[in-house]
Design a protein around this ligand. Structure first.
Ligand code: HXC
Length: 257
C-alpha cells in the first residue's frame, strides 16, 4: 500500500511501522491513524510476521492527537466519527507489538505506546498525558491504561497536572521495560523484536492473549483461562518440536503450526 504519513517495512519476521509526520512531531491526524491501523492489521494478518514494531523519529514518537485537526470538531463529530474508528482492531491484534519511543510520547502518543505490549524507551523519551492543558482528558485509553501501568495515584498526578515524565521515571514506574541510549534504540529494538519473532507464532498469540486477560479478569478466572490455553498449546506441532529440541540439546525449528 502507498502511505503518506508512515513508513512500513518488513525485516525478517518483523513488521516495522515508522510514524512519519516530522513537521507535526508525528501528531496523529486522521490520515496517519488510518494508515497506521491499516499497516498494523496487514502485518497482524500475516503468518510471516511474528512481531510488530512501532516507532517515530528522534524528536518524537508522537506528540498526541492532531490538535489543529480536532480543535473545531463538535460533540457529534467526535462521538460518531472522530479519531476513534479502527482502534478496536488495533487493540485486538494477536501479534506482539513493541513500541520504540524516543522524544515526545504525549497524549495519544503515550496512549499509542500503551496499546503496545512492550515499551522500550530512549533516554530522550518523555511521556505524559497533557490533555488537561487543552481543556480535555485522555481519549485513547490513557485514563484506563496509565493507572494499570503505574498505579492509580501516580497516574492521577500525571493526568491532572499534565506534566511530562522522563524515561528514567517512566522505567521506575513500570511503564517502560528498558531505557536505552538514544543512538542504540533501534538496534536494541530490532534485537528484542527478532527474539520474539523467532518463537512459535501460536505460542506468542496464546501468551499475549493470556497477558491481556490478566488486565481484564479476576485472578481465579485468569488462572482458569491460562490453564486451558496451556493445555491447548500441546495441540501444536511447535510444542512437540520445542520440547524435543530441548531434550536433543539443539535449537528448535518452529514451523508456526
Ligand atoms: C498538532 C502539533 C502537535 C499536536 C506538535 N505539533 N504537537 N500539531 N497536534 N499534538 C506541531 C506544532 O504545532 C509545530 O508546528 C510543530 O509540531 C513542532 O512543535 P513545537 O511546539 O514547535 O515544538 P516544541 O517547542 O519543541 O514543543 C514540543 C511539544 C509541543 C512540547 C511536544 O509541541 C506540544 O506541547 N505539543 C502538544 C502536545 C499535546 O498537548 N498533546 C496532546 C494532544 S491531545 P508549527 O507548524 O506550528 O510550527 C490528545 C488526545 C488523544 O492527544 C485522544 C484523542 C481521541
Amino acid at each position: 500500500a502507498e502511505y503518506t504519513t508512515i513508513l512500513s517495512e518488513v525485516r525478517g519476521r518483523v513488521g516495522w511501522i515508522t510514524l512519519n509526520r516530522p513537521e507535526a512531531l508525528n501528531a496523529l491526524n486522521s490520515v496517519l491513524v488510518r494508515e497506521l491501523i491499516d499497516a498494523a492489521l496487514a502485518f497482524d494478518a500475516s503468518p510471516e510476521i511474528g512481531c510488530i514494531v512501532i516507532t517515530g523519529s528522534e524528536r518524537a514518537f508522537a506528540a498526541g492527537a492532531d490538535i489543529k485537526e480536532m480543535a473545531d470538531h463538535s460533540y457529534a463529530e467526535m462521538a460518531v466519527g472522530g479519531p476513534f474508528p479502527g482502534w478496536g482492531g488495533f487493540e485486538r491484534m494477536r501479534t506482539p507489538v513493541v513500541a520504540a519511543v524516543a522524544g515526545f510520547a504525549l497524549g495519544g502518543g503515550c496512549e499509542l505506546a500503551m496499546m503496545c505490549d512492550i515499551i522500550l524507551a530512549a533516554d530522550t523519551a518523555k511521556f505524559g498525558q497533557p490533555e488537561i492543558n487543552l481543556g480535555v482528558l485522555p481519549g485513547f485509553g490513557g485514563s484506563q491504561r496509565l493507572p494499570r501501568a503505574i498505579g492509580s495515584y501516580k497516574a492521577a498526578e500525571l493526568v491532572l497536572t499534565g506534566r511530562m515524565m522522563r524515561a528514567d521515571e517512566a522505567e521506575r514506574s513500570g511503564l517502560v521495560s528498558r531505557v536505552i541510549p538514544a543512538a542504540e534504540l533501534l538496534d536494541e529494538t530490532a534485537q528484542v523484536a527478532a527474539t520474539i519473532a523467532a518463537k512459535s507464532l501460536p505460542a506468542l498469540y496464546a501468551a499475549k492473549d493470556a497477558l491481556q486477560a490478566a488486565q481484564e479478569m479476576p485472578l481465579s478466572e485468569g488462572l482458569r483461562f491460562e490453564r486451558r490455553a496451556f493445555a491447548a498449546a500441546f495441540a501444536t506441532e511447535d510444542q512437540k518440536e520445542g520440547m524435543r529440541a530441548f531434550t536433543e540439546k539443539r535449537e528448535p525449528n518452529f514451523t508456526h503450526r
